[in-house]
Design a protein. Structure first.
Length: 153
């Protein structure tokens, strides 16, 4: 005989995923189903990696009430979107591409990659990489600058 499970499905209702490249960012947003519908809705858009475009995207995500923004990037391309989204009040997660790659069903295009990342994120199958808080990042920057100058102010 089956019994009701104690745990309930933990799906993040409003989630966005970004596949970040050098010149562009592909964003997938998944939201709850509209009234009377049963299936979730999603939108995939492509944006320039320039600050103005990223700022518009951040404002849109805030307006949509996105709870989690998950991003995957090669190299250091994640920094500008991460810091900008953080400044807009979003709490971005940087995920390791290696962690996502181990999950079955991974696609190979930027659009399909963003959709897959969003679906995996909404089911909480990812963990964020460590990114130091803003005050620690500023302190690290100061110590690096001082180290490059040979200790001279």
């Amino acid at each position: 005989m089956f019994a009701e499970s104690e745990d309930d499905e933990q799906i993040i209702e409003r989630v966005a995923a970004l596949d970040i490249g050098k010149a562009e960012v592909v964003c997938c947003v998944r939201l709850p189903a509209p009234a009377g519908k049963t299936r979730r809705v999603q939108e995939v858009t492509t944006h320039s990696a320039m600050v103005g475009s990223l700022s518009d995207l951040a404002n849109r995500l805030v307006d949509l009430g996105v709870e989690r923004v998950v991003m995957e990037a090669t190299s250091d391309y994640w920094r500008a979107p991460f810091y900008l989204f953080e400044a807009h009040g979003l709490r971005p997660w940087l995920v390791n591409a290696k962690d996502v790659r181990h999950l079955p069903g991974r696609a190979k295009t930027d659009v399909a990659d963003a959709v897959w990342l969003c679906k995996v994120a909404e089911r909480q199958m990812l963990r964020p990489s460590f990114v130091p808080p803003a005050d620690i990042r500023r302190l690290r920057g100061l110590t690096r600058d001082r180290g490059r100058s040979g200790g001279r102010p």
